[in-house]
Design a protein around this ligand. Structure first.
Ligand code: NDP
Length: 288
């Protein structure tokens, strides 16, 4: 069993601390607002008076606050305590945030691992929770048992920004799904339909379309967007135009679907109407 300090006791930090306590680890906690530490103290956690005291108390420190401004504010009060310590940062941010913060932490003499939590607080410590990590592989291996107590742990590579990149990429896939669901629901309810009645049609359709992703992934990885195309982008652009026109007819905002139409339209305008929808990625990449 390990000694672990948790800095930040919001909804997520509290779930991390509760889980580690429940699984038999020795847990030290610190939070800016001290009252949030009280239920955990009653459950057996030691309360540190400062971030520096918490870092000094344990083999591993996990930082989980609302954003990077807060993360920097917390560690600014503990700079001198960092040398020789192991720090895992589970605060959500961009790859650039993680790389910059990781370099700052390393310059203070600590070993750094960044993480992206693919779970909500009640899932921590339960089956189905996943935490993506990147940064020091040595730290990851040293504390593997404690990290595995929180969720399935996946180390993506040495670059501290990778976990944030993959975390946000998974969220991007999720928001694509949510935006399609909301737009479809607006269309159906524009004629008095119930979303609950529409779901038995939508869910199997999404499942069937998810089955085309391996083929699209193969086309993206190989660049062969024109190979074995059954639904070319020229035809799909017309379907996208029809969705926009139907939205206008029904008095539904077409904001979610218009960007996809514009991107597909650019590929068609470039003379590539024969390609699969996977070719939209070439237009997205050119936005850089
Ligand atoms: P909460 O809003 O519940 O808690 C925020 C925490 O940040 C509190 O401990 C708060 O301290 C602290 N904080 C805010 N500003 C400062 C500051 N300037 N200095 C010191 N501490 C500060 O957020 P969560 O716990 O839900 O989220 C924490 C991280 O986990 C975020 O990066 C979030 O994206 C990530 N996450 C959360 C998920 C969720 O579903 N909740 C899911 C996946 C990731 P105080 O109590 O003093 O205000």
């Amino acid at each position: 069993m390990s000694t672990i300090s948790i800095l930040g006791l919001g909804a997520m930090g509290t779930a991390l601390a509760q889980t580690l306590l429940r699984k038999g680890h020795t847990v030290t906690i610190w939070n800016r607002t001290r009252s949030r530490a009280e239920p955990l103290a009653a459950a057996g956690a030691k309360v540190a008076e400062s971030p520096a005291e918490a870092i000094a108390a344990s083999e591993l420190t996990i930082l989980c606050v609302v954003d990077y401004a807060a993360a920097r504010a917390v560690l600014a009060r503990a700079e001198d305590a960092l040398a020789g310590r192991d720090l895992v940062n589970l605060t959500n941010g961009t790859p650039g945030d993680a790389s910059e913060f990781g370099a700052w932490v390393a310059a203070k003499g600590a070993t750094y691992l960044d993480g992206g939590i693919m779970a909500i607080p009640p899932m921590i410590g339960e089956a189905g929770a996943l935490i993506l990590y990147s940064g020091s592989p040595a730290l990851f291996e040293r504390h593997r048992q404690a990290l595995d107590a929180l969720a399935e742990s996946r180390h993506l590579g040495d670059d501290p920004g990778l976990a944030a990149l993959y975390d946000l990429s998974l969220l991007s896939g999720m928001y694509g799904l949510f935006s399609g669901f909301l737009h479809a629901s607006a269309l159906v309810t524009s004629v008095g339909g119930k979303v609950g009645d529409f779901l038995p049609l939508l869910l199997p359709w999404i499942e069937a379309m998810s089955g085309t992703l391996p083929d699209l992934a193969d086309k993206i990885d190989s660049g062969a967007h024109h190979r074995n195309v059954v639904s070319n982008i020229g035809m799909q652009k017309i379907a996208l135009e029809n969705i926009v026109r139907a939205s206008e007819e029904q008095g539904v905002a077409s904001d979610f679907i218009e960007p996809m139409l514009r991107l597909a339209g650019r590929r068609v305008a470039a003379g590539r109407a024969v390609d699969d929808i996977s070719a939209v990625i070439e237009v997205i990449r050119k936005q850089k």
